[in-house]
Design a protein around this ligand. Structure first.
Ligand code: SF4
Length: 300
């Protein structure tokens, strides 16, 4: 935590004194823990996915739907022992995996908690649910801990990352991260009951006016492999956008979403996950509520 370089921003800041650009200080902070049933189907078999949402985020996306915990870093400080206890509770509740949402800036603390939980019987697959803004070094840290990787590939160019997420090199870092994971982790593997056990899934949220450059994202992925499962998401919510670009103040149009889905089909991807166009109403959480995601069971 001193001279922090846990994410590609490499602030070099001493987090024992002040928080970094991610809003995270020295202590492990969790925004919420829920049994999540809204991830891609193989990830939520059984009771659902045991999702731990960490407070703070290295990106500052101007349309973030988790703003309360990502930008404002709201949440509760937990010790490693406490987090380990919650992970075991998620296993007891029948979750099919541990879903670490935006964990990068707390990686050493989480890994410590996972070790503690494993020593007490945790044997679920662990999923890294990431913005995609990762360094190879940060991914290597998880090599012995994580089995599933749910990675965003938000934009097909650096300029959009600069405008919408406030980092200069999103496309460069995220491409390297996805290519590295494809090489080291490979395709999604399911058990006999259809539960994901290991592998990579890449998500792309289509933005209004195609601002996210989705065709460049698909072309890049196709260049790696058509076996990469692609999740084409429609859940953009204009109500959470705080910038001044006119097209971002409206909902995604059906034609825009369909065009991206059709392109993915035409390119020949073997696995494509899709959403309903009104998905944003179900997936915009309120972390101040007792039930941040509607009826998903809240543990913390
Ligand atoms: S994890 Fe936070 S403090 Fe560390 S380099 Fe990234 S933004 Fe900076």
């Amino acid at each position: 935590m001193t001279g922090c370089s846990l994410c590609p921003r490499r602030c070099g800041i001493d987090r024992t004194g002040a928080p970094g650009a991610c809003g995270a200080g020295e202590e492990l902070k969790v925004g919420s823990i829920v049994i999540h049933r809204g991830e891609e189907p193989p990830l939520v078999k059984g009771a659902g996915s045991g999702a731990v949402f960490f407070s703070g985020c290295p990106l500052k996306c101007v349309y973030c739907q988790n703003r309360q915990i990502s930008h404002d870093a709201a949440g509760r400080v937990l010790t490693g022992e406490e987090l380990a206890g919650y992970l075991l509770l998620l296993q007891e509740q029948g979750c099919s995996n541990i879903n670490l949402v935006s964990p990068t800036h707390f990686a050493p603390r989480i890994i410590q908690a996972l070790d503690l939980a494993r020593a007490k019987g945790l044997d679920l697959p662990v999923m890294l649910n990431s913005s995609g803004y990762e360094s190879i070094e940060s991914l290597t840290r998880w090599r012995d801990q994580a089995h599933l990787y749910l990675m965003d590939l938000k934009y097909g160019d650096n300029e959009t990352g600069r405008m919408l997420s406030r980092v200069n090199d999103y496309w460069d870092r995220a491409r390297e991260a996805v290519a590295h994971l494809w090489e080291t982790v490979g395709p999604l593997r399911l058990d006999e009951e259809g539960r994901a056990r290991s592998g990579l899934v890449v998500r792309h949220l289509v933005l209004p006016g195609m601002r996210s450059n989705p065709f460049a994202v698909l072309e890049f992925l196709a260049g790696l492999s058509l076996e990469i499962p692609v999740s084409v998401m429609s859940q953009y919510n204009p109500r959470t956008y705080t910038g001044d670009m006119p097209e971002m103040k409206r909902a995604l149009l059906p034609d825009e979403y369909d065009a991206v889905l059709e392109r993915a089909v035409d390119m020949g991807f073997s696995t494509i996950f899709a959403q309903e166009l009104d998905a944003f109403s179900a997936y915009t959480p309120d972390f101040q509520s007792e039930v941040p995601f509607g009826d998903y069971h809240r543990i913390l």
